[in-house]
Design a protein around this ligand. Structure first.
Ligand code: MG
Length: 382
């Protein structure tokens, strides 16, 4: 079997760390040729010792210089800053890029890889939320593909294997409901950062944990599913399933439903994106059915999680609406994490940003960059 060459964007983050664990298990078939991180140099150096990459990109300028002084392996080609990240994403020696970057910063690297004809294992859903139509256009031109890493989309992808899209009645995205599914609504204004970061079932980075708490994440997943599976938005439903055992489902026109289930562990969808269309042996924990008491389901509460409605609205409007929502949410979450705004303000800011930005039917990359500047100013004016 031909060894495939892979670069990991965000190698020191939650997805990156899990991806490297998966790759340790796939040594025979995958060679890590590139790693990128923001500023966690110590972990990066450990990863370099284990995986011996050819290319390394460091976003943070200060961290880049610290790293350069510490480095002993001069065979590594080094990249710096935002441009470096785009360059490492475009190295055509790659067979696959794993994008585990956080937030809207992950969009352009996805686009760079796709334009170069490199397939992307995508954990950065913001890429598709912000620039679904640009990425689709680039995929059509280059023939490159996106393999979903998001657990829900991996589940749907697995359920669709061997099926015909026109036989699908609907996709059913499951969501745990996050840490505030049952919290008294009148206490939402007092939600602290640490409460919002404590997800009941999944271990994730800070930004996505907050998105799970507001359920903006599920809203983004709706938009992500729309672009990935090319189904009418009306055919994508959301159901709350607090145990996170069913990772998502597909219902067919004969009312037969396929579900993909398992222990909530990101290594499983990451590995599938790397070994597709095969399932290969892995040492991860097996689901123990006798330990599951029950699987429960409920409709999402839009009053409690109004960010879900924003996502639905943005899908109806399309154009720059999902882009604006995504950018706004990045900065609103950043401000919440800094303790500058209360939890419930995230929705208000996102709504205003989406409603008030200068809507464009077909935003190009430059339009998105301009919108980014406007949204950042707008969100920081609250
Ligand atoms: Mg997910």
């Amino acid at each position: 079997m031909k060894i495939r060459k892979v670069t990991i964007l965000g190698s020191t983050g939650s997805i990156g760390i899990n991806a490297l664990r998966v790759i340790e298990n796939l040594k025979e078939e995958i060679r890590v040729i590139g790693l990128s991180c923001n500023k966690n140099i110590d972990l990066l150096i450990n990863q370099i010792k284990t995986f011996n990459p050819l290319y390394v990109s460091i976003a943070d300028e200060e961290a880049y210089h610290t790293f350069k002084n510490k480095i002993t392996n001069h065979d590594i080609e080094l990249f710096k800053g935002r441009n470096g990240l785009l360059e490492i994403s475009s190295i055509s020696d790659n067979d696959l890029i794993i994008n585990g970057l956080v937030g809207s910063s992950g969009m352009e690297p996805t686009l760079c890889a796709i334009k170069k004809g490199i397939n992307v294992a995508l954990a950065n859903k913001e890429s598709l939320v912000m620039a679904g139509s640009l990425i689709e256009e680039a995929m059509n031109k280059s023939g490159a593909k996106i393999f979903p890493v998001d657990s829900e989309h991996s589940a749907i992808w697995q359920c669709l294997s061997g099926e015909v899209l026109s036989d699908v009645k609907r996709l059913i995205l499951t969501g745990s409901g996050g840490p505030f599914r049952t919290r008294a609504l009148d206490t939402f204004a007092n939600i602290s950062v640490s409460e919002a970061l404590a997800h009941p079932n999944w271990e994730m980075g800070r930004k996505i944990s907050i998105d799970s708490a507001t359920m903006m994440n599920k809203g983004f997943e709706l938009i992500e599913a729309f672009w990935l599976f090319k189904l009418d938005a009306k055919k994508i439903d959301i159901i709350i399933h607090p145990q996170s055992i069913i990772h998502s489902m597909v219902e067919f026109i004969d009312s037969s439903i396929k579900a993909q289930i398992g222990v909530p562990d990101m290594k499983v969808p990451i590995q599938y994106a790397l070994t597709y269309p095969r399932h290969v042996w892995a040492p991860w924990e097996s689901l123990n059915f006798s330990k599951i008491n029950k699987l429960t389901f409920e409709d999402p509460d839009y009053n409690r999680f109004p960010c879900l409605l924003l996502a639905k609205k943005s899908l109806k409007r399309l154009g720059s609406s999902p882009t604006a929502l995504n950018l706004s949410n990045d900065y609103a979450v950043e401000r919440f994490l800094k303790g500058e705004i209360p939890f419930h303000k995230i929705h208000k800011i996102n709504k205003e940003s989406m409603d008030r930005h200068n809507w464009l039917k077909e935003p190009k990359l430059n339009d998105i960059k301009e919108l980014d500047i406007w949204i950042k100013n707008y969100v920081y004016s609250f």
